[in-house]
Ligand binder design. Structure first.
Ligand SMILES: Nc1ncnc2c1ncn2[C@@H]1O[C@H](COP(=O)(O)OP(=O)(O)OP(=O)(O)O)[C@@H](O)[C@H]1O
Length: 365
């Protein structure tokens, strides 16, 4: 019987082990078959069988956790104020989505995190490696080296040698998956092996929607999938993807960051469609509402939204066209942090809160 696949050092009484073996009964059969079926197939006593089933059930039941005993750890973003607004940084053991339009800085932030995870814990890192899974153009190694050069500027209180990474690419595994089939294979089979072989503290998927759009005939202008039959398939695939990533992140103390694209949000006549319509209500979990200058909708819809623990949006600022590098990093929803807009800047050193904004956000620092 296959009980050793689930729990170590558990042995059935010999006569039962033989009966289960002869009747070809697996652990799953034991827990799911009707007791009279088990009785018939094994020719064993019903009461004793019930006792065995209960024993196995108790053994395999997920262990309950008490909220106060769950400790949450975070990976630094590399910016003290940003970490503070995120209530610690990027949560470990959970899925964090960064959504935003093209050029908003999603990949820049992901690359920045690939460096942060390599830093010692004293500086908010995890002293672990990163995996960068790219669905489009791959990791820009030149930019990764440039970002690494500026690490001492980010941590002025540190000794330079403590935050200096000589070869930042050495601890970043890069994987390119140009289609959905390879993406699924990599995440389901290759990623768990990498986790077993090395100490991984961050998985980046940049970006999640690209392969689903290509496979499922996405109608960009109407922001929906043309083939309705595929929606259920897509929902299953997304649920499975999120579940594998969440499981790996919990078991191996890693953060998972997923970049997601957006499409334009068209304002609707809510008087006609009603305030309980998804279109109206989704303003709060999509990240943009109708008052924003260029409202957007993150790709992949409600199923995906429900699978992500934290959603961050990078929004291009339109108030000061002269400063093209300005962005707003919005905490859309998070189990750890309140909804908030943090003004950020993208420069050679990566994404950071500029000095003048830092003073306004927290005059004590
Ligand atoms: N070396 C650099 N110095 C300063 N800013 C840079 C540098 N490299 C990139 N940027 C900024 O980052 C922006 C591009 O960001 P990024 O590639 O992360 O966008 P993205 O959101 O991932 O877009 P897409 O969805 O198209 O991949 C540029 O518009 C620029 O403002």
């Amino acid at each position: 019987m296959d009980i050793s696949n689930y729990v170590a050092n558990f042995h059935f009484d010999e006569k039962y082990a033989a009966a289960f073996e002869n009747a070809d009964i697996s652990t799953i059969d034991l827990l799911t078959l009707d007791i009279s079926d088990l009785e018939k197939r094994t020719n064993r006593n019903k009461d004793e069988l019930i006792q065995i089933v209960q024993q196995v059930f108790l053994l395999l039941r997920p262990k309950r956790k008490v909220a106060s005993r769950i400790s949450q750890s975070f990976l630094t973003t590399g910016d003290r104020i940003l970490d503070q607004k995120l209530h610690g940084g990027i949560p470990v053991g959970q899925l964090t989505e960064i959504c935003g339009e093209s050029g908003s800085g999603k990949s820049q932030l992901c690359m920045q995190l690939c460096l942060m995870v390599q830093l010692p814990r004293a500086f908010g890192g995890l002293n672990k490696a990163a995996v960068f899974i790219s669905t489009e153009s791959g990791l820009e190694t030149k930019r990764l080296f440039e970002l690494a050069k500026y690490l001492p500027d980010r941590f002025p209180e540190a000794e330079e040698s403590d935050v200096f990474i000589r070869n930042p690419g050495d601890r970043v595994y890069t994987i390119l998956c140009p289609d959905l089939e390879s993406q699924e294979h990599i995440i389901q089979y290759q990623l768990p092996i990498l986790f077993e072989r090395d100490s991984i503290g961050l998985v980046v998927l940049d970006s999640v929607a690209a392969n689903y759009r290509a496979e499922l005939r996405y109608n960009r202008s109407k922001s929906h999938y043309t083939d309705l039959n595929n929606i259920a398939t897509r929902g299953n695939q997304l649920g499975k993807l999120a579940s594998i990533l969440r499981d790996l992140s919990r078991r191996h103390e890693a953060a998972v960051v997923i970049a997601n694209q957006v499409s334009d949000r068209l304002t609707r006549d809510y008087g006609a469609i009603g305030l309980f319509s998804l279109d109206y209500q989704s303003q709060w979990f999509n990240g943009w509402d109708d008052l924003d200058p260029n409202p957007k909708i993150p790709s992949l819809g409600l199923v995906w939204t429900n699978n992500v623990n934290t959603r961050l949006a990078l929004i291009k600022r339109t108030d000061n066209a002269a400063v093209k590098a300005r962005r707003t990093l919005r905490v859309v929803y998070s189990p750890n942090a309140a909804r908030i807009d943090v003004p950020v800047f993208i420069g050679s050193m990566g994404i950071f809160v500029p000095k003048e904004e830092k003073d306004a956000l927290n005059p004590l620092l």
